[in-house]
Design a protein around this ligand. Structure first.
Ligand SMILES: Nc1ncnc2c1ncn2[C@@H]1O[C@H](COP(=O)(O)OP(=O)(O)OP(=O)(O)O)[C@@H](O)[C@H]1O
Ligand SMILES: [Mg+2]
Length: 224
């Protein structure tokens, strides 16, 4: 939006204000979507599942079809539940960023049944709400990617401060991927992480190679 422009002092304040509003709007949209998915879609699917579980057609072929439909509705319900859960607003005010990211990491590692190295002390330092939300969403997407794509035997999530910049690192030793290839149209996660970081003057770096694991670095400025 402001690429290529020289940013003066007033522009910087304007940029911060724009980023703050955009991030607030994104979080509101996520909250609305999460509620709709959970309350509307989730409830309707639960009712359909109940009907299907109780109905018997009396013919073998129809009962087999009903059983397959029941399995599909149950799988769909689980997906809607997961989507609503991952869209829910981050509970940063209550838990703080460090504990929230720790929770994401330990939950993923428990699901994958692997060990997790976590060193997130740096996330306890005072951060603006926008930076905290951005880092939380980066950790969430990067860890979701690890769960969906990496098949790792080890994951580490660390944060460190160097020269007024915070670096959050999510590393796995899984399958890796061709980092040079453009992700197809259905793949929004990496692009979304880049956009979020750009909003707060940050940057995403990915080191990966086939079979060599993946490391995601999210760097954000701590001072204005
Ligand atoms: N940690 C990882 N390990 C292995 N492959 C990965 C990892 N992270 C990303 N990838 C690869 O990069 C692709 C693009 O990731 P991206 O997050 O943009 O999309 P996605 O996860 O497929 O879909 P979504 O839009 O739901 O995020 C993935 O499809 C996957 O092939
Ligand atoms: Mg993804």
């Amino acid at each position: 939006m402001w690429a290529g422009m020289t940013i003066g002092k007033d522009d910087k304040a304007l940029r911060r204000e724009l980023a703050r509003r955009l991030i607030a709007v994104q979080e509101e949209q996520r909250l609305r979507l999460s509620r709709e998915l959970h309350d509307d879609l989730g409830q309707m699917l639960a009712s359909i599942a109940l009907e299907l579980h109780n109905v018997r057609a009396g013919s073998r072929e129809l009962d087999d079809r009903l059983a397959r439909a029941t399995v599909l509705v149950d799988q769909l319900s689980a997906k809607v539940h997961d989507a609503a859960w991952s869209l829910r607003p981050a509970d940063l005010d209550r838990l703080g960023l460090r504990a929230s990211v720790e929770d994401l990491a330990t939950m993923l590692c428990a699901q994958l049944g692997i060990s997790c190295d976590v060193d997130l002390e740096a996330l306890s330092s005072p951060l603006s709400r926008e930076i905290a939300l951005t880092l939380y969403r980066i950790a969430q997407e990067a860890l979701t990617n690890v769960g969906k794509h990496a098949q790792p035997s080890r994951v580490s999530v660390t944060a460190h401060i160097h020269d007024d910049r915070m670096r959050l690192t999510i590393e796995d030793d899984g399958r890796g991927f061709d980092g040079g290839a453009e992700p197809g149209p259905g793949h929004l996660g990496l692009a979304g992480m880049r956009e979020r970081l750009a909003l707060v003057g940050g940057e995403l770096t990915i080191e990966t190679a086939m079979t060599k694991g993946t490391t995601v670095y999210a760097d954000v400025p701590l001072a204005g």
